[in-house]
Design a protein around this ligand. Structure first.
Ligand SMILES: Nc1ncnc2c1ncn2[C@@H]1O[C@H](COP(=O)(O)O)[C@@H](OP(=O)(O)O)[C@H]1O
Ligand SMILES: [Mg+2]
Length: 407
């Protein structure tokens, strides 16, 4: 039985309202035009710019463009009358945006790197059983394009019909592991945040022999400005607000970058780094919005012991890693909920882990172990996540271990 089948679909709630057939394209054009107004002019193609010296130039370029294109699709869904929301057996939501974004990303990866494996969050089972839902996703997938033809050509791999789209979604069914080239995708990380208009992230990472080499996070609701104050909240319909939409990336050993999340050619990247504070008491820390994803009570005790006075910022998704990586936040704590037995998934951490480390941060679990992406789809070798600037990580980890009584 496959990993995905184990997370079987016994959903209790199905809410589907058919999208007005004409609304998606018009929303897309409106979004594209807003983005053109808000974002600075495009720059050199990445193969002519700073990604040229990368060890993974093509992988980085394809991942960046694929995340941009998938992000456009998610924004269309956010503005649609219905998000086609289903509730999965683990009580987490999935939307037509998750399926559509996954289809678009996998088609680009398979076109450019046909022999690579992919571990992605979603599978097509419920779409196969629901023709109306399948058509909603297919309409989105076929309409969504970058507004730069050469970028579309780079992504390639256009999907011909709804049935092949289902097949493509299921090509993300690799079991992962420590050998070979394996991509991991979370098409919408923080689906609850996405539904609330809060933070979410489109996440792609390349793992080679168990080591994350490339990571990309598209965060449509984070500020473009890396120096903007840390923002959380449960969501205030931020999508498309002026100055929102940021794209982070890193290649192992080559640092990390941020750029505006655009709709076509990649825009000028800026180097990002964690903030250089040397004492945790000055830190701003972030944590999940969802109380069952991370222990808010333990986080509060740790903050108190570290003499942190700023209130914690709650935000969904790997936007937390991005925020620490660019110095908007300083600490991201994801502590196991007491009495729980949840094991983290690789797609929820791979890109953020690399981006944070390449920005001068340290990421470990509560025992001080690096996150181990070689064990399959789950981080079976790790418990919780402690991410912080390298100058303060050891002090933070010590207090985490005291509070959680880690041996
Ligand atoms: N009980 C639990 N403990 C920790 N993480 C959980 C969880 N249940 C679900 N998650 C994961 O938490 C992710 C969201 O993280 P965050 O709390 O940082 O926003 C979800 O991603 P999806 O939204 O992609 O399903 C899901 O994979
Ligand atoms: Mg996720």
């Amino acid at each position: 039985m496959s990993f995905h089948t184990r997370f079987a679909f016994r959903f209790s709630t199905v809410i589907i309202v058919i999208l007005a057939a004409t609304s998606a394209p018009s929303v897309f054009h409106r979004l594209a035009s807003i983005s053109r107004q808000v974002l600075p002019s495009t720059v050199k193609h990445p193969s002519q710019s700073s990604t040229m010296s990368s060890s993974y130039p093509k992988e980085l370029e394809v991942a960046l463009l694929a995340v941009q294109r998938a992000s456009i699709l998610t924004k269309q869904v956010f503005h649609a009358k219905s998000k086609g929301t289903l509730t999965k057996s683990d009580a987490s939501p999935v939307t037509i945006g998750d399926y559509g974004a996954q289809a678009l990303i996998i088609s680009a990866l398979k076109h450019n790197f046909p022999s690579d494996e992919i571990v992605a969050e979603e599978e097509s089972t419920d779409l196969q059983q629901d023709a109306a839902l399948k058509d909603l996703v297919w309409n989105l997938v076929k309409e969504t394009k970058l507004d730069d033809p050469s970028a579309e050509t780079t992504l390639g791999g256009s999907i011909t019909d709804a049935e092949s789209m289902l097949n493509i979604i299921d090509q993300g069914n690799s079991k992962g592991g420590g050998k070979g080239r394996i991509w991991t995708i979370d098409p919408i990380d923080g689906t609850k945040g996405f539904l609330r208009g809060g933070q979410y992230a489109v996440c792609v990472a390349l793992i080679v022999d168990g080591d994350v080499k490339v990571g990309v996070l598209g965060c449509p609701n984070l500020p473009v400005d890396d120096s903007a104050p840390l923002e959380g909240g449960i969501g205030e319909n931020q999508s498309d607000a002026e100055g929102k939409g940021a794209l982070a990336s890193a290649v192992k050993g080559e640092g990390s970058q941020s750029r505006p999340l655009g709709t076509g050619k990649l825009q000028t990247p800026r180097k990002i780094s964690v903030q250089s504070i040397s004492t945790p008491s000055e830190a701003a820390f972030c944590e999940s919005v969802e109380a069952n994803h991370s222990s808010h009570g333990d986080n509060a005790k740790i903050a108190k012991k570290l003499d942190i006075t700023k209130p914690s910022v709650r935000m969904d998704s790997q936007a937390k890693y991005f925020s620490v990586a660019r110095g908007a936040g300083d600490i991201y704590l994801r502590l196991p909920v007491r009495g729980g037995n949840y094991i983290e998934k690789i797609w929820d951490h791979a890109a953020g882990d690399l981006i944070t480390r390449e920005s001068g941060g340290t990421v470990t679990d509560i025992r001080g172990k690096s996150l181990d992406f070689s064990q399959g789809p789950l981080l079976t070798g790790n418990t919780g996540v402690v991410a912080a600037g390298s100058a303060i990580h050891a002090q933070v980890l010590k207090v985490v271990q005291e509070v959680l009584s880690v041996e």
